[in-house]
Structures are given as structure tokens and as C-alpha cells.
Write a protein that binds this ligand. Sequence first.
Ligand code: CA
Length: 229
Amino acid sequence: MSKILIIEDEEAIADLEKDYLELSDFDVTIENTGDQGLKTARSGDFDLVILDLMLPGMDGFEVCRNIREEKDVPILLVSAKKDDIDKIRGLGLGADDYITKPFSPSELVARVKAHLARYSRLVGGGRESNNVIEIRGLRIDKTARRVYVDGEEKGFTTKEFDLLSFLAENPNHVFSKDELFRRIWNMDSVGDIATVTVHIKKIREKIEHDTSNPQYIETIWGVGYRFKV
Ligand code: CA
């Protein structure tokens, strides 16, 4: 039975969502605040999170970012404002989908089912997500050592793969070229950190739609690189 976490402060809405999801045999947990929702999302093993954006205390944007730092779980954002859609896109929060209030409960259930089906196909069973990193259209399969962009496989050399996986496993963390060189090439300060720059360039050519405006690996001038989530 798939486990769903609803983070929603309006109890009537949360209960309605829960009723409909339970009719479709989902196991549903409700949390009413962002802080508690995040705690539960972190500690539990959920298959999907339905996350309201307007929450007291920590808002849904912040909760989403925090969950995404640790978990691969599909996140369906619920928004009361049409304006939020631009913000969701702009922030690149790593949410999988959003739905605008008011919505019909049956539409919500349909979306949940579609995401779970897609996710379980991608990770081959739903519980082996540790070996697959999926961020927006980018999918890194660490077991098979393959990289896909919008479903299309891209050829990666060993070091390119190691570098991309390392960055993607440590999202939002800025690494200097020195540090990346040491970690990926395992040679303490031997060699040339320009190697890192060259590899980043090659990776970007494979995964970015527009290499002059990278959506995944961001250059932090004077410091190094960061994988954006
Ligand atoms: Ca709300």
C-alpha cells in the first residue's frame, strides 16, 4: 500500500483529500504545519508528499526545498494562488507537479496515481531510489552508471559520471575546483584543476539545454561549482 503524506493546515481540505485517497487504498498521514510536516517527511518512508504552499510557520516552499535536500520522493504542490506557479518554476524547487485550489478530489487522486506509476517505473520498484537521482529532466542511474536527459541516454566518461554524481549527491553545496579535483581524481594536489573546468564544460554540453544559462551545475565565480536543486 502506497504511503502518502499530506501537509495542509486547512483541516477540512486535508480530511477531504485523505478520504478520497483512502478510497483508492492509500495509507494517508496528515500534518497541519510545515515544521511538523517536514519532520514527518524526513523520518517516514513516504511514496508521495502532497504539500500546501501557504502554511503557518515554515511555508511550503521552504518545506519542499528541505525535503528535496534529503529525499527523492515525488512532491505535489498545492497552491491557492495562480501567481505561485511562476514562483514554483522560477525557484526550481524540485517539485514534481502542482495543482491549484480549488481542485476536485478525484483530480488529485488521478495525479497522485500518475506520479506513483511514473516514479515506480523510474526507480524499478519504488524502494531502490537511493541509486537513482532524478532532478527535473535529469536522471542519474548510479547502479547502471547511465545518465538520461528527458529520457534520452547521454554518453559519459568515468570521470564525467563521477563528477556529475558527486555534485548531484551534494546539491546546493558549493565545491571549489581544488576540492572536486581531490575528491574525483584522488590525487592530492597533483595534476591540474583546469581538468575540473574541462569536465564541467563537457557535462554541461550533455545535460544543459542552454550551456550559457546552466540549470543544473552553477558556476559560483571565484569559488567553484554548485549543483542546483
Ligand atoms: Ca494553507
